[in-house]
Design a protein around this ligand. Structure first.
Ligand code: PAF
Length: 290
C-alpha cells in the first residue's frame, strides 16, 4: 500500500537526471503513473487519488507536449501553472512530480519526436482527421514517458475516449508490461467535463459550456427512435441553439473500434463523441449511449 511518508517528501524532478535519481529511490514499489499536461483540476485529482489508493507510489508528469499540438496558438496559450500544480499534486500524496524540459523528452540527435506509430487505424475517425498528427505526437510522448517512468499502472480519463483506446492499442501492440486503468469522466456540478482548457473560457462561455453535456444527454432518448443521422442533426441543433457554442462535429461510434455507425444496431456498444467551440476554445465530450 501507499507509504504515507511520501506525502510530505514529494520530489519535484525538472530534469531527466533528477527524475532518474528520484525514481531509483522508489525501488521495486508498485508504481502508478498519471501523465498530464499540467493546469491540474479535479479531473486529474480523481486519477491521482485512485492511483494513490491502488499503488505503493505515484508519479505524476506535467509536460505540455509540443508534438501533439497541430495548432500553434493552442500550444502557446495552453495554461501553464507549475507552482500551483506542485502544491496540488503533493496534497494528493504523489511521490514524484516529473516536470521535464522539452530537451529531456526529445533530446537533440534522437528520433523520439519523429517516430511513427501503428495506431491500429483508431486514429482514422473523430479527432484524428480533424487534428492531423495529434495522436502520433501523443503516442511519442506517452511511450517516451512510459520508458522513463517504468510504471506498473497508468491512469487515463475517459474524457479523451479516443486517446485512451489508442493507448490501450499500442500498449498491447508494443508489449508494454503496464496496466492501463480507465477512469470515468469527472464533471463540474453543472455537467461540464473538467478540462484544463476550461480555464481559458470567458465567464459567458463558461456559463454556456454545460449546455454541451445537457444536449448530448438528450441524444440518449433518441436512440432507436429515429435514424442515427437525424439524431446527430438534432443534437447539433440543440448544442448550437446556445449562441456561445458552435459544434465542430457530433459522431455516434462503435465504442470498441471507434468507427462511426449509421444504424443503431450496427454495434452492441455505442458512444456519442463531440467537439464544440466555445468562442476560440475547443471542448470535447462523450457519453455512453448503449
Ligand atoms: O491527456 C493528456 O493530457 C495528454 O494527451 C497526455 C496523455 C498527458 C500526453 O501528453
Amino acid at each position: 500500500m501507499f507509504a504515507p511518508d511520501f506525502c510530505t517528501i514529494m520530489k519535484v524532478a525538472k530534469t531527466l537526471a533528477d527524475f532518474e535519481s528520484a525514481r531509483k529511490s522508489l525501488g521495486d514499489k508498485k508504481v502508478g503513473f498519471v501523465p498530464t499536461m499540467g493546469a491540474l483540476h479535479e479531473g486529474h485529482a480523481s486519477l491521482i487519488r485512485r492511483a494513490v489508493a491502488e499503488c505503493d507510489a505515484v508519479v505524476v508528469s506535467d509536460f505540455v507536449n509540443p508534438t501533439q499540438f497541430n495548432n500553434k496558438t493552442d500550444f502557446e496559450t495552453y495554461p501553464r501553472i507549475l507552482d500551483q500544480d506542485c502544491a496540488f499534486v503533493e496534497a494528493l500524496g504523489a511521490a514524484i512530480l516529473f516536470a521535464p524540459r522539452v530537451e529531456d523528452i526529445y533530446p537533440a540527435g534522437t528520433d523520439y519526436n519523429k517516430k511513427v506509430f501503428d495506431l491500429g487505424g483508431l486514429d482514422l475517425y473523430g479527432e484524428g482527421p480533424r487534428r492531423p498528427g495529434h495522436f502520433n505526437g501523443m503516442a511519442q510522448v506517452v511511450t517516451r514517458l512510459f520508458d522513463i517512468v517504468r510504471p506498473d499502472r497508468a491512469y487515463f480519463g475517459e474524457k479523451d475516449f479516443q486517446q485512451l483506446a489508442i493507448i490501450e492499442y499500442f500498449v498491447k501492440n508494443l508489449h508494454y508490461p503496464i496496466e492501463i486503468v480507465r477512469c470515468p469522466i469527472a464533471r463540474a456540478e453543472d455537467g461540464l467535463a473538467l478540462s484544463s482548457r476550461n480555464k481559458l473560457l470567458t465567464p459567458a462561455r463558461r456559463a454556456a459550456a454545460p449546455h454541451i453535456y445537457a444536449s448530448i444527454m438528450k441524444t440518449r432518448d433518441m436512440v432507436g427512435k429515429m435514424p442515427v443521422s437525424e439524431a446527430i442533426r438534432k443534437t447539433v441543433e440543440l448544442i448550437d441553439a446556445q449562441p456561445e457554442l458552435k459544434t465542430e462535429y457530433v459522431e455516434i461510434i462503435n465504442s470498441l473500434n471507434l468507427r462511426p455507425v449509421s444504424d443503431w444496431n450496427e454495434a452492441e456498444h455505442l458512444r456519442l463523441t463531440c467537439a464544440v467551440y466555445a468562442g476560440d476554445v475547443r471542448l470535447i465530450d462523450n457519453i455512453e449511449l448503449k
